[in-house]
Design a protein around this ligand. Structure first.
Ligand SMILES: Nc1ncnc2c1ncn2[C@@H]1O[C@H](COP(=O)(O)OP(=O)(O)OP(=O)(O)O)[C@@H](O)[C@H]1O
Ligand SMILES: CC(=O)N[C@H]1[C@@H]2OC[C@@H](O2)[C@@H](O)[C@@H]1O[C@H](C)C(=O)O
Length: 371
């Protein structure tokens, strides 16, 4: 098989609902020749709330269609911004990988829903779009997530680091990829990432973030809440396994309310739970990683990063030390996966989502001209 390099734009609208990350990547679907510029376009608060109202929708509603078109328009804007920033035009881009917004994820029922309007994105940008990345995986009994492991492994291959390592994404949910140099990858969602912290901060301060973990750092974690949190059966479940953003939410909120914590103690407690969930995941790895490389917005939370390093007892560093763009890894990943779709290469594996055999995925939405 001869592979040409394809320049792709990948886009992720993550579980934290903060906005759209878009990034350029040049790849043949196996190796990463280079990554390029990235942009972030935040959602307007009113759109964010309409998106949040779609969480839990097992099937599409009329209002959801409007939300899907509106969030797709933000993706169109992101593509245009990225092309302007990179002095590129649609003719320079081979494909867009469009994740959409997960509103419901229940792989045990064979259901995972990412909303967005891929044909609108293809028409408005004039670039073919690959979307629906998770559907084929859950259709054959997989978890549908995480899908980033094959991209994490491609990046680590040329990073020159001592193996085994863990690549950890701390987004709304956190997920880990264990890489020991063998082809067999192991990956799973660890637990809540920033989502519970964001919701707590929004409720108490009106701002959905604990900037750099400063509020947590000024508080004291409640150890009993953490102990009860770790009693959730999810942590003993053998991976692969995945979570919806709202999984565990009611239980954690209940524990924190019951403990009557103030804003800083609550932030510290929730950050400790995020860390404890990641540390609990080590029990499911074949050996302890020699180092952890962290991407996603949670790596900006100094309290989480420091607590994680203390509890893991090995170096925990931002992926930025490897010259990766830690805010763009997931977006780049969907560009990479779009190219893998075009090359008929699998996106998920028995060790990453529990599919019976390596599984291809995604669906191509050509531009009208190409159709
Ligand atoms: N400076 C910062 N300090 C603390 N937290 C931050 C900071 N910057 C971003 N975050 C957190 O990072 C999160 C966004 O990260 P990211 O974009 O990686 O998540 P996502 O892609 O939406 O989620 P997921 O990976 O679960 O799909 C927000 O929840 C935000 O609270
Ligand atoms: C169902 C879904 O959208 N899952 C996301 C979410 O956000 C982080 C974690 O949970 C991960 O499993 C996944 O996203 C990344 C990009 C993945 O598939 O690897």
């Amino acid at each position: 098989m001869t592979h040409g390099w394809i320049t792709a734009i990948g886009m992720m609208s993550g579980t934290s609902l903060d906005g759209v990350d878009a990034a350029l990547i040049e790849t043949d679907g196996i190796e990463v020749r280079r990554t390029g510029q990235s942009v972030f376009v935040p959602y307007a608060p009113e759109l964010r709330e309409r998106m949040r109202a779609c969480f839990g929708n097992r099937s599409a509603t009329n209002t959801e269609h409007v939300v899907a078109d509106d969030l797709t328009q933000v993706h169109v804007d992101a593509v245009n911004m990225l092309m302007d920033k990179s002095a590129m035009s649609a003719a320079d881009i081979g494909v867009i990988g469009f994740h959409g917004q997960t509103v419901f994820h229940e792989p045990a029922s064979g259901l995972t829903r990412q909303i967005g309007t891929p044909h609108m994105l293809a028409e408005k940008t004039g670039i073919p779009v690959v979307a629906d990345f998770r559907l084929a995986d859950v259709a054959v009994g997989g978890e549908g997530a995480p899908l980033a492991p094959v991209y994490h492994a491609a990046l680590i291959k040329s990073a020159g680091v001592e193996l085994p390592v863990a690549v950890l994404n701390i987004g709304g949910v956190s997920n880990v990829t264990y890489i020991d140099g063998d082809d067999a990858l192991l990956a799973f969602d660890c637990g809540p990432g920033n989502a519970r912290i964001d919701d707590w901060m929004l409720r108490h301060t009106g701002n959905p973030v604990d900037l750099n973990g400063a509020t947590a750092a000024s508080g004291t974690g409640d150890p009993m809440v953490e102990v009860k949190f770790l009693e959730d059966p999810y942590f003993d479940r053998i991976p692969p396994k995945s979570l919806d953003r709202e999984d565990m939410a009611a239980r954690i909120d209940g524990l924190v309310v019951e403990a009557k914590l103030n804003v800083s103690d609550g932030a510290a407690t929730l950050a400790n739970c995020t860390v404890a969930a990641i540390v609990a995941g080590v029990n499911h790895l074949p050996t302890a990683p020699k180092g952890w490389f962290v991407c996603g917005g949670g790596r900006h939370n100094d309290y989480i990063m420091e607590t994680l390093a203390t509890r893991l007892g090995v170096p925990v560093q931002s992926v930025d030390v490897l010259d990766w763009d830690g805010d763009a890894v997931e977006a780049e990943c969907f560009g990479f996966l779009a190219v893998r779709h075009l090359r008929d290469l699998p996106l998920s594996f028995p060790g990453t989502t529990g599919v019976p055999e390596p599984c291809c995925g995604g669906k191509l939405y050509p531009t009208k001209k190409a159709a």
